[in-house]
Structure formats: C-alpha cells, structure tokens
Design a protein around this ligand. Sequence first.
Ligand code: NCD
Length: 433
Amino acid sequence: MSALLRGVLLYGEGDPVDVLVEDGVIARIGADLPVQGTEVVEAQGKVLLPGFVDLHTHLREPGREDTETIATGSAAAALGGYTAVFAMANTDPVADTQLVVEHVWRKGQEAGLVDVHPVGAVTVGLKGEKLAELGTMARSAAGVRVFSDDGHCVHDPLLMRRALEYSKALDAVIAQHAEEPRLTVGAQANEGEVASRLGLTGWPAVAEEAIVARDCLLAKHTGGRLHVCHVSTTGTVDVLRWAKSWQGGGVTAISSEVTPHHLLLTDELLATYDPVNKVNPPLRTSADVQALRAALAEGIVDCVATDHAPHAPQDKDCEWSSARPGMLGLQTALSVVAHTMVITELLDWRGVARVMSERPAQIAGLPDQGRPLVEGEPANLALVDPDARWTVRGSDFASIAGNTPFEGMELPARVVLTMLRGRITAHEGKVCG
Ligand SMILES: NC(=O)N[C@@H](CC(=O)O)C(=O)O
C-alpha cells in the first residue's frame, strides 16, 4: 500500500514537497515524485505534521457506552488528527486491573483507527486508599506506562510518594489530577468575582497549586516521574517554572499539559448558567488564559491534552449544580490551538508539532509517535488545511455525546487527513475504516 501526498509544507515551512508513504513509513520526500501506482492526495499548501498524541481522553467504555465507545472515540480522534490517545481510567469498572486495561487495549486495536493506550488507575477504584497493581498493568499486554486517578486527586502524600517510587521501576509516569479535595468541597466554579456574582461555590486556584507544589517536591525527593494534568492557573505555571529550574532546564522528570478549553474560554461564560461550560478544573480568568498561552509557548507547560469528556444530555441539560463537569475536545483541539497559539504568533506549526505530537509522545514513552518528518520514520501523520475556517457543530461529531463548548464558533484551520502507520484513517471529515 502506498500513498503520495503532493505539494505539502513540512511543518508549514519551506517549499512544497511530495511525500511518498510506503509500507507504513515515510519512504521518500522530494519534489515532483512519480505518481504511478500510488494513491495520490492533492495537498497543495497543506501543513504536514506528525500525528497528534492525546495524553488525556475519556472514552467511557466500559460502563457509559451511551456517551462514547472506544470505537466512536477512536473515530473522533482520527478526525481530529490523532494517531494515539490515552484512555483515562475512570470507567466503570475502573481500569485498575490487568483485565480492564487489556480489554480497553483490545477494543482499541479492533477499532483500528488510533492507538488506544489505557491509563491505569493509581489507586484501587480511584478511591485514594491503596495502590492498584501498577506492576501487573505495566507488564500486561496493554503495557501501561501512564497511571492516573484523573477525576480524583491522589491527595494522600504517602500514596503519591509510593506511586512516584513505583513509576521509576516501571519506567512509567504518574499523571496527577491536582485538586486538594478539602479546598473544593461543593465547588462549582472558579473562586473569584464571577462565582461570587453568580452565587456559585468557589474552586480556588490554590487547591490546584498546593498539590502541584507538593507533587513536584515529591517527584524531586523520589526521582519519580510526574505529569500534571490540565494546568489551569497562573500560580501553577509559577510553581512549574520553579520546579523546572531544578532540572537545569531539563524536561524529563516533571511535565504538564494544558487543555484547549483553558487556552480559550473564561469563567465569564458562566453568566448563562449553561452547564456545557462546566468542567473540572473550572474555566478560569482571562489573566489565567494569557498565562497558560505564554507558558505553553515557552515550554513551561509541555503539551496540549484534550481532557475529552463526553457526557449524556441528561447529565448536561440540567441545573448547573447537578450537571457533570467535562467537555468534548478531540475534534476541535487543533483548531483551538491554531486560534489561540498560531494566529496569535505564540507558536508556529513546528511549535504545534512539539506540543501536540512530540512532547506528549516523549512523556508517555511512545517510540513510534511524534517522530520527525524524515524518510524512514513511521507514517503517523496529520495533514492540516491552515486556511480553512469552519463552524463547530457538535451534532456533526463522531462522538456520541455533543457537549462542545465551542458550538457555533467559527474556528481556523482544520485536519483534512490522518494517517496511522501509512493507512489513511480519516480524510476530508470522513473516517476511513
Ligand atoms: N474533566 C472533567 O471535567 N471531567 C472528567 C473528570 C474530571 O476531571 O472531573 C470526566 O471524566 O468527565
């Protein structure tokens, strides 16, 4: 099987080139390559990037297949330019055993659109009481390398210390949902002026920052690997800057992610009380949004992760306080990053490759993802139309759920083709199964 992408701009730079993909790898890059015997994709002016890697996806299977399955989530991922996703452990049953992680892994293989890597829970049942069998999950067929209680914080410092110690032996990373639970009891919105005005109980920035500071110190003490999920505050950026300074500018032991929605949306949206805007951690202030953009550009925050969190209509079309937190993200991530980071000139397309492909692949230890666009490398690719403008319609998404906060918004840039090991998985908005 071979395909020829004609006239692409590698990382959006330089002169247009043709890229020949054969046997799952980038076989040749050059001008005017012969077209005979290959599937030709006319891609003049399109930006070629390594396929995206999402360290933070909720696929809801097993347990809530009414909102997303591994197959529908894989389709959404392929359409969004992703070639690997990490499926969070807060399923039902929780992914805290070999049985569940291997089930998720197998289902991902069956869907065959994106590499689905199950995230293993850090603690049994996400209860924060005792460690799950991290070693068994790591040694399983799923080869788990990312562990997280996401949705819950591993708030017991001794458990977090032990998890970080295990991460060293397992060559794994502990992805922390940083939220000191004692400071967020009943929390409904970012603590601040907007929450006060709307009468919503506040989720203070310090509940995130205190855990991130503690965990950075524990990571330093243990030599374990910490990844901070969905960074949302200016103070967390300050803590991460401090922690990165310990490593002499190195970036391996402590890493972090920011979501597209935290790069764009603010708590001012809560004035409508529309629960589509309810998410954990909550939307913050415009000062936080600016700080997060700057931190991503600078590399203090390493990467973008979607926190794609599908929810059923009955869990979203209800009163604010009973609505579940979470937003869709897979099919809008690239466009929101283009809108917030590329058009603003905070990142060029090479920078987008860094934050959406290369760094997440390195953090999770994926050897064949986020690779440079050169001959001989695996053809895990995302092709982007930088000049597209499109209007977001949740009902058009491959996800079963439709809870996108970007509904009706016009966004720039769009993924037009995704390739997984040389096979086209999505093209012009259609999944290629
Ligand atoms: N990010 C979210 O708002 N929701 C997540 C879990 C969570 O972090 O609460 C979900 O699973 O829905």
